[in-house]
Write a protein that binds this ligand. Structure first.
Ligand SMILES: NC(=O)C1=CN([C@@H]2O[C@H](COP(=O)(O)OP(=O)(O)OC[C@H]3O[C@@H](n4cnc5c(N)ncnc54)[C@H](OP(=O)(O)O)[C@@H]3O)[C@@H](O)[C@H]2O)C=CC1
Ligand SMILES: O=C(CO)COP(=O)(O)O
Length: 329
């Protein structure tokens, strides 16, 4: 198996820039692609990405570009654009890079309109590339600065997942490998919707007890959804599920939490990418198709769509019929 000496990072936002630095620290040479030639030129000149991740120097081994063809000789690619853009970007990559190149989705979401998970989006849009997913508790600003964390990288082929994890891991970025692609991608996608719920609770000043309660009951929803869609429960109680939920339900460094905070407080959102706002409706619709009860996610979706006030959402959640905490009677 290749040692993946050359890594391409597709998307030069906050997370793409952080992952480019992480891969460089792991000893890889890195090509960091932006769709915007002016942004790539600026990164090359400044050795920083002022638009995507201001204040963090690019590692020496990171080479910015705006030409997709520059990714053709990479041994593996990280796909780090918003989830809803992954299909078209993967399709464009499929035209440029050799068949068999691993394409690791680092986006956290589910495709609207199709209900496709990111590995399925890659398989459909770029069938000659090999899908993998990377997810876990990892704020871009933390990772880019070399603060320590751990995430999970999954691929159907365990040897591939292990080799990619070895190629990207460093003293500050620890990767566990997994064959549970579905579990890793569900954890990353669903926790964003729950982080919005936690932010709403904080913004409405409902207290720390309510914050913990909504996070725990939200996690029960994530587990139910995961079970219905083929995830392993050990994955969901790991880094890309519980781990990432703990991180992003804890405070406004999470953009999803920050969106909820603004909704709860009745203030303007900051306009940053909050993937949960795009995933909520498709997540809830998919849950309905399999009879999975997700009242918190459904409330977030209805609030985002303007169909439900926050007051009514809280009242409805608290007035639900009493039930067993677990699945049994
Ligand atoms: N930020 C974080 O801490 C983490 C983020 N993630 C996930 O990573 C993904 C990306 O997030 P993040 O980097 O933070 O987001 P940002 O908003 O910081 O950056 C998104 C990047 O994608 C580019 N982009 C948007 N649409 C397209 C498109 N159609 N084609 C090509 N490029 C496009 C943007 O380019 P332009 O600037 O030109 O618009 C920008 O460079 C999300 O799914 C997020 O959930 C995962 C873990 C941590
Ligand atoms: O997924 C993340 C950290 O693991 C980033 O969360 P936000 O997108 O909510 O900022």
């Amino acid at each position: 198996m290749s040692d993946f000496a050359r890594i391409g990072v597709v998307g030069a936002g906050a997370w793409g820039t952080a992952l480019a630095n992480a891969a460089a620290r792991a000893g890889r040479t890195v090509t960091l692609w932006s769709r915007d030639p002016a942004a790539a030129a600026q990164m090359t000149a400044m050795r920083e990405n002022p638009r995507g991740l201001p204040g963090v120097a690019l590692e020496d081994a990171v080479q910015p570009t705006a030409d997709l063809a520059d990714l053709a000789d990479c041994d593996a690619l990280l796909l780090v654009v918003p989830a809803q853009a992954c299909g078209p970007v993967a399709a464009a990559l499929g035209e440029k890079v050799p068949p068999g190149t691993p394409l690791v989705s680092c986006a956290k979401g589910i495709e609207r309109g199709t209900g496709a998970f990111m590995s399925e989006v890659i398989a459909r849009a770029a069938p000659d590339l090999i899908p993998a997913v990377l997810s876990g508790p990892s704020f871009a600003a933390d990772v880019a600065r070399g603060l320590p964390t751990a995430v999970t990288l999954a691929a159907v082929d365990t040897d591939l997942a292990r080799a990619l994890a070895a190629a990207l891991g460093s003293a500050s970025f620890r990767l566990y490998h997994s064959a549970d692609v579905r579990g890793v991608e569900i954890g990353g996608a669903a926790k964003n919707v729950l982080a919005i719920a936690a932010g709403i609770v904080a913004g409405r000043r409902l207290g720390a007890s309510a914050g913990a309660a909504i996070t725990a009951r939200g996690f029960a929803e994530l587990l139910r959804f995961g079970a219905a869609f083929g995830a392993r429960s050990e994955t969901l109680t790991g880094l890309s599920g519980l781990g990432d939920l703990i991180l992003t339900a804890s405070g406004p460094q999470s953009r999803n939490f920050a969106l909820g905070l603004a909704l709860g407080a009745g203030t303007a959102a900051d306009g940053k990418l909050a993937e949960g706002a795009y995933t909520a409706s498709v997540l809830v619709a998919m849950a309905q198709t399999r009879g999975v009860d997700m009242p918190i996610c459904a409330a977030v979706e209805a609030v985002l769509a303007g169909r439900l006030s926050i007051e009514a959402a809280i009242e409805a959640l608290m007035a639900r019929p009493q039930r067993s905490e677990t699945a049994g009677p």
